[in-house]
Ligand binder design. Structure first.
Ligand SMILES: NC(=O)c1ccc[n+]([C@@H]2O[C@H](COP(=O)([O-])OP(=O)(O)OC[C@H]3O[C@@H](n4cnc5c(N)ncnc54)[C@H](O)[C@@H]3O)[C@@H](O)[C@H]2O)c1
Length: 404
C-alpha cells in the first residue's frame, strides 16, 4: 500500500507534550529544525520508508479551554523552551490545528483532573456513556474524513488518572460491553473510554501515560476483535530511561544493589496533577517496578515526585544508588538528570506514530506492538525490561518489515 496522509488524534491536545509535538512537527515540515532526538530519523530506519512529516496533521480531544499558541506561549514564558521566532513561524498552522480540537470527557477522571475542566466539556456532564462513546468516535471519524487521511493514530497524552479500580481489571470483554450501558455501573476510566472510541473508529492507539488506556484484559480482547494496533504505557523519557540502561549494568557485573532512591522535582501542569497523592501513586508504580524485574530481587527503593512550580517544564531527577561489590564493599553511584520534560517526550510521540503507521501499512492490523517496548516505562506484553534489548527488538522489527 502506498503512503498517504495520516492523522494524529491527541487526547490532551493542548497539554505540554502535545503542544511540543505540534510545534516540532510543523518545524520539521518547514525545515526549521534538525532531527536530533527523533529515533525514527536514525539512519537505521531509512529502509522503512516511513511517512513524511509533511503528510501528518494533528487534532484531538481536550477538557481545558486554551489553544496551541496560548499553551506554547505559557511554556515559553515559564520554561523558555521555544524560541519566539520559531513560534511565530508556525503560529498560522497551530491555529489550523486548533480547529481540529474537540471537547473530550470527564468520566471517572478524578477530582484533580476535573478541576481543570472548562464549560465546553462540562456541557456533556449529563450525557449517557453510550452517547459519549459515540461522540468521541464520531470526532475521530470526522477528522479522518475532513482531512482525507488514510489512517489515524490516537495518542493518549492526557493528565495521569488515579489508578484504575480492581473491578475494571477483572472484566471480560462480554462483561465490559454490558457495563458500558451506564457510567454509574462502569468502572472504566476516561483513558479506556477514549481507547474504545478509537477502536470503534478503526484507529490505532498509543498510551503515553500511566493511565489504563488499552492495558485492561477486556480492551486487549476488544483490540483483537476489532483488529486494532495498540501499545503502552507511560513514555520512558528521563529517569526511568536511565534506570533501564543502568540497572542491567549492575546485574551483569553481579553488583548487589541495596537501595535505589530517586527524587524528581518539576513544575509543569503534569507535575501539578501528580501532586495529588492518588494520581501520583499511578506514576510512582510505573517508575518503580522495573528495578525488581531487571535485577531479579527487590532492593529498597524510594521514588519521590514533587511539584516545584518555579521549575516549570524543567525536570531534575537526582538518583542515589547504593550497591555492594567484592569483599562486601559498599559503594555508590549518583546521577542528576536535568531535562525539559516535553522536549524529551514529544519526539518519541512522533516516532511511535510513524512506526505504528508503518506496521498498519504493512497489513498487520491487530494486537500489542511489542517492538515499541523501548519507548515505554511499563511496556505491555514486553519480553524484557532492559532498554538495550528492547531497542534491538525495534531494529529486528525494522529488518523484517524492510525485507517484505
Ligand atoms: N516526559 C514527559 O513529559 C512524560 C513522560 C512520560 C509520560 N508522560 C505523561 O504524558 C501525559 C502528558 O504530559 P504533559 O506534560 O503534556 O501534561 P499536561 O498536564 O501538560 O497535559 C495534559 C493535558 O491533558 C488534558 N486532559 C486531562 N484530562 C483529559 C481528558 N479526560 N480528556 C482530554 N484531555 C484531558 C489537560 O487539560 C492537559 O491539557 C501525562 O500523563 C504525563 O504523565 C509525560
Amino acid at each position: 500500500m502506498t503512503k498517504q496522509r495520516i492523522g494524529i488524534w491527541i487526547i490532551g491536545a493542548w497539554g505540554g507534550v502535545s503542544t511540543t509535538a505540534a510545534i516540532g512537527l510543523l518545524s520539521l515540515q518547514k525545515g526549521l529544525t534538525g532531527t536530533s532526538g527523533l529515533v525514527s530519523e536514525h539512519p537505521y530506519f531509512e529502509k522503512l520508508d516511513l511517512v513524511g512529516w509533511d503528510q501528518v496533521v494533528i487534532g484531538g480531544h481536550e477538557i481545558r479551554e486554551t489553544s496551541f499558541v496560548e499553551a506554547a506561549k505559557h511554556f515559553s514564558e515559564t520554561s523558555g523552551v521555544f524560541h519566539p521566532a520559531l513560534l511565530q513561524a508556525v503560529e498560522p498552522e497551530l491555529n489550523e490545528f486548533d480547529k481540529n480540537v474537540k471537547p473530550g470527557t470527564l468520566i471517572h477522571v478524578g477530582d484533580t483532573i476535573r478541576s481543570l475542566a472548562g464549560d465546553s466539556v462540562k456541557q456533556y456532564d449529563q450525557e449517557s456513556l453510550q452517547d459519549t462513546l459515540a461522540r468521541l468516535s464520531a470526532d475521530m471519524t470526522e477528522f479522518q474524513k475532513q482531512h482525507d487521511l488514510a489512517h489515524v493514530v490516537v495518542v493518549n497524552l492526557a493528565s495521569t488518572e488515579p489508578p484504575v479500580e480492581e473491578s475494571a481489571k477483572a472484566l471480560s470483554l462480554a462483561e465490559l460491553k454490558e457495563q458500558l450501558a451506564s457510567a454509574e455501573t462502569s468502572p472504566v476510566p476516561a483513558s479506556a473510554l477514549y481507547a474504545i472510541a478509537a477502536m470503534n473508529a478503526g484507529c490505532s492507539h498509543l498510551n503515553f501515560t500511566p493511565s489504563a488506556g488499552t492495558d485492561l484484559p477486556a480492551l486487549i480482547e476488544l483490540a483483537e476483535e476489532k483488529q486494532i494496533l495498540h501499545g503502552g504505557r507511560d513514555g520512558k523519557t528521563g529517569e526511568t530511561l536511565m534506570k533501564s540502561v543502568l540497572a542491567p549494568m549492575f546485574a551483569h557485573r553481579n553488583l548487589n544493589v541495596m537501595s535505589w532512591v530517586g527524587h524528581n522535582i518539576f513544575g509543569n501542569l503534569d507535575g501539578k496533577v501528580l501532586d495529588d497523592p492518588v494520581n501520583k501513586s499511578n506514576k510512582v508504580h510505573s517508575k518503580d517496578h522495573l528495578l525488581t524485574e531487571i535485577l531479579g530481587y527487590k532492593p529498597q527503593t524510594l521514588v519521590s515526585i514533587e511539584y516545584i512550580e518555579s521549575m516549570g517544564d524543567w525536570k531534575t531527577a537526582w538518583d542515589h544508588i547504593h550497591f555492594k561489590g567484592f569483599l562486601d564493599t559498599k559503594m555508590s553511584l549518583q546521577f542528576t538528570w536535568q531535562g525539559t520534560d516535553s522536549v524529551l517526550a514529544a519526539p518519541l510521540v512522533l516516532d511511535m506514530v510513524r512506526f505504528t503507521e508503518r506496521e498498519w501499512r504493512r497489513g498487520n492490523r491487530s494486537g500489542v506492538m511489542t517492538h515499541l517496548s523501548s519507548f515505554f516505562k511499563s511496556p505491555m506484553q514486553a519480553t524484557t525490561p532492559e532498554f538495550e534489548r528492547q531497542y534491538q527488538q525495534l531494529e529486528e522489527w525494522a529488518n523484517t518489515v524492510s525485507e517484505e
